[in-house]
Design a binder for this molecule. Structure first.
Ligand code: FE
Length: 343
């Protein structure tokens, strides 16, 4: 779909500007989207936008960090109008790399809560990082807080994905933000001392390891839990029978949340369409597709999704820390994880 853009690039600047001038009349009719989301329900989302606005969406899907690299390398020649990706720290990275353009929109300001947006990117859904424990080997009272994962009574019981993964770095960033570096490092050291095995695999692999008795407790994003809860496979049902879910830190700061979201790119060729698309993502209809497609919660508080797994998980107190501020502590989080051997 992007072949016409690609073939412009080798031409001299004069041809490029002629080509862009020729397409100026059609400017508002196309939107080029780089997306790290790969959910079927997103199709409905894009169709809905095209129906409403007449703007056709060209989509490039890729892995989160690859898309950031690609946009950076394409520079001013990038055809991309919008980047949609996951993890607040990654969105903040894109901001730091100067990839986004500021967006002024009354609609976005009114609909997306202030702690879920920055001047140039917006969250459209939230997910929480929860504790998952083995019901037959762990007492639920022992795993009520993230701090418990570092408690010596859980020695040899903890498994997680890599410390370098954005989900764990963002959680660590939140711990640094709340408690300072020294206490956060103590925590990380305690978690590593409690490892049942060296970090490997994704969140779903950890939940399965807990169910299989390879470890007793882990942390996972809620949508992986919800996905297993909604699975028809007998083996997934067995996994979910064995594990319990805890909202961490309900008596303290609240459970750490992260987001998926996006922003308009600095060199977006179709800026008006890009703002329209961001505003569309904050609409009731789009919020439902966007959040529910990955078993997440809509960023717009008034929008409700009917998702049996999320309903079953229930309500919880979320950490009110602005998600954009996680980026501030992310490199510290990585340094500390490296120092304590949380690989
Ligand atoms: Fe994920």
């Amino acid at each position: 779909m992007f072949s016409n853009f690609v073939c412009f690039r080798p031409f001299p600047a004069i041809f490029l500007s002629l080509a862009l001038a020729a397409s100026a009349s059609a400017e508002e009719k196309v939107l080029n989207l780089y997306s790290a989301r790969h959910y079927q329900t997103d199709e409905a989302l894009y169709t809905g936008f095209t129906k409403q606005t007449g703007i056709k969406i060209n989509r490039i899907e890729g892995k989160e960090d690859e898309l950031l690299e690609r946009i950076k390398n394409e520079g001013a020649n990038s055809p991309a109008d919008i980047l949609v990706t996951v993890d607040a720290a990654r969105l903040a990275d894109a901001h730091e790399m100067g990839l986004f353009a500021p967006v002024k929109s009354k609609i976005l300001e009114a609909r997306i809560p202030a702690n879920l947006r920055a001047e140039d990117w917006f969250s459209f859904s939230t997910r929480a990082r929860v504790i998952v424990y083995a019901k037959d080997s762990i007492k639920v009272g022992d795993v009520q807080n993230y701090a418990d994962l570092a408690d010596p009574r859980l020695k040899g019981m903890v498994c997680t994905r890599s410390g370098s993964h954005p989900y764990n770095l963002s959680l660590m960033a939140a711990i640094i933000a709340h408690q300072g570096e020294a206490r956060a490092e103590e925590w990380a050291r305690g978690v590593v001392a409690n490892f049942a095995r060296a970090p490997k695999g994704g969140d779903t692999d950890q939940i399965k390891a807990v169910a299989a008795g390879e470890c007793g407790v882990t942390i996972s994003n809620t949508y992986y839990v919800a996905r297993l809860m909604r699975s028809d496979k007998a083996e997934d049902k067995k996994v979910m029978d064995k594990v319990g879910i805890v909202w961490p830190d309900q008596k303290g700061y609240g459970t750490h949340i992260n987001v998926s979201g996006g922003g308009m790119l600095k060199y977006a060729p179709h800026k008006e369409a890009a703002v329209k698309f961001l505003e569309y993502l904050a609409s009731d209809e789009a919020q439902r597709y966007f959040a529910d497609g990955n078993n997440e919660w809509p960023a717009v508080a008034s929008v409700k999704v009917a998702n049996p797994a999320l309903d079953k998980l229930g309500r919880f107190k979320t950490d009110a820390l602005p998600v954009g501020s996680l980026a501030m502590y992310r490199s510290k989080a990585q340094i500390i994880f490296d120092r304590v051997g949380y690989r």
